[in-house]
Design a binder for this molecule. Structure first.
Ligand code: GDP
Ligand code: IMO
Ligand code: MG
Length: 429
């Protein structure tokens, strides 16, 4: 059977949505397994753009889309997204969209706590998306979260909410200096959401298992990126879930023996949105030029993305943590016109060469990127569809990434459109 996991290798926004939409053509089912609406995955089809935050990026290919148990779901956002898709003429009934009964809810107090904490932290803020992601996962881990299955039972939901809200209001008011929330209002609002979402709720582990037995092809869609992983990222400047490929199994209820390939998505350069370390960040005109040409603004919050050169320490780290079998390089077109391109091969600190990504932020701060320079190209490559037709220096750049990472490049993306892609090896064939 073919089950492929797609993950980001950097700090998110690598173009996962575009690649999932593209490969969904060859799959039967697309499954999101972690995160929430902190994600913003952009799909561009026939010049039309759609940004998915919760609905898997296979929806425009009319594939079955599953929201796994590993997610935290803001029901208001999900319903809005369903409404937008319906208004676009997309078929998105309970036949197409399935939601795990074990996924957790994002409640109004999660969003308030997220925002108020960031304000209180001031300069030291993480730069979260403010969507309540961290506080919802905290409640999951401390066993007082509300799952979709409890949400579907009005009596249980009300009982749980009353238990939790007293403590949340105390914390919000007395520690964070915010407003307390009214249980009645939340119950009224969420009752309506539950009714609308009920037809979509399912035991998705059972449904995926059934599909696997029927020989169906599954695509697991990661959100965020490897270096935002709660265990392996630049902690504490990370998100609150495991973003690496191993979590596809946990966040969807499937065994690891089902996974056949893992594809890591990497931008041809690096971006990061929010706070946190970024060794190859460019704080000069080149960084500004990449930011402008790549239209690097967050798909969820609209914040300007920080830009820098590609970092092979990150990519190799991702290769190991995810067990990558192939790489998709996106936004290669954005680098066109730059005379010289730089690839960070390793870091240097205290006279030593550092090849592995340090866990200590203090040690990471002391690291200076060591670069190798390659000549650029001036041609517009956005119309290229065959690897052989790329300018020689663009091919050289890709080949060098393969050499330095030890992982083959299977896909090269040269524009946001679904068709603006060079498929060197189709993982489903
Ligand atoms: P994701 O979160 O990983 O799905 O990525 P985002 O959608 O947040 O950000 C990627 C952005 O780059 C989106 O605006 C995409 O439309 C765009 N994009 C993806 N691939 C390419 C490409 O090859 N070239 C260009 N110019 N844009 C791309
Ligand atoms: P996609 O799936 C880029 C970042 C935030 C912040 C940190 C924690 O579109 O690649 P959170 O709201 O998760 O608690 O914020 O993680 N972040 C992302 N950055 N792309 C994303 O998703 C992100 N999701 C979260 O900017 O630095
Ligand atoms: Mg994004």
């Amino acid at each position: 059977m073919s089950a492929i996991v797609i993950v980001g290798t950097q700090w998110g926004d690598e173009g996962k949505g575009k690649v999932v939409d593209l490969l969904a053509a060859y799959a039967d089912i697309v499954v999101r397994f972690q995160g929430g609406n902190n994600a913003g995955h952009t799909l561009v089809v026939n010049g039309r753009q759609f940004i998915s935050h919760l609905v898997p990026s296979g929806i425009l290919q009319s594939k079955i889309c599953i929201i796994g148990n590993g997610l935290v779901i803001d029901p208001e956002v999900l319903l809005q997204e369903i409404a937008v898709l319906k208004s676009m003429g997309i078929n998105i009934g309970p036949q197409q969209l399935r939601i795990s009964e074990k996924a957790h809810l994002i409640m109004p107090y999660h969003k308030q706590i997220d925002l108020a904490r960031e304000t209180k932290k001031g300069e030291k803020k993480i730069g979260t998306t403010g969507r309540g992601i961290g506080p919802s996962y905290e409640d999951k881990a401390s066993r007082r979260g509300i799952r979709i299955v409890e949400f579907m039972d009005p009596d249980v939901f009300v009982e749980k909410l009353h238990e939790i809200l007293e403590e949340k209001n105390f914390y919000l008011k007395n520690y964070l200096g915010g407003e307390s929330l009214d249980a009645g209002q939340i119950i009224e609002q969420y009752k309506g959401y539950a009714k609308q979402l009920e037809p979509y709720v399912a035991d998705i582990s059972v449904e995926i298992e059934r599909a696997v037995r029927q020989g169906k092809k599954i695509l697991f869609e990661g959100a965020q990126g490897t270096h935002l992983d709660i265990d392996h990222g630049t902690y504490p400047f990370v998100t609150s879930s495991n973003t690496i490929a191993g979590n596809a199994c946990c966040g969807a209820g499937v065994g690891p023996t089902h996974i056949s390939d893992v594809i890591g998505i990497a931008k041809a350069y690096t971006t990061r949105v929010g706070s946190g370390p970024f060794p190859t960040e460019l704080l000069d005109g080149t960084g500004d030029a990449i930011q402008a040409k790549g239209a690097e603004f967050g798909a969820t919050t609209g914040r300007r993305r920080r830009c820098g050169w590609i970092d092979m320490v990150l990519l190799r780290n991702s290769g190991r943590l995810n067990g990558l079998t192939g790489i998709a390089i996106t936004k290669l077109d954005v680098l066109g016109g730059l005379e010289t391109l730089k690839i960070c091969t390793h870091y240097e600190a205290g006279g030593k060469n550092i090849h592995e990504f340090p866990a200590s932020l203090k040690r990471l701060a002391a690291c200076r990127p060591a670069y190798e320079s390659l000549p650029g190209w001036s041609e517009d490559i956005s119309g290229v569809r065959m690897f052989e037709d790329l300018p020689q220096n663009a091919r050289r750049y890709i080949r060098r990434i393969e050499e330095l990472s030890g992982i083959p490049v299977w896909i090269v993306s040269v524009g946001p459109g679904r068709d603006q892609t060079i498929i060197i090896q189709n993982p489903f064939s």
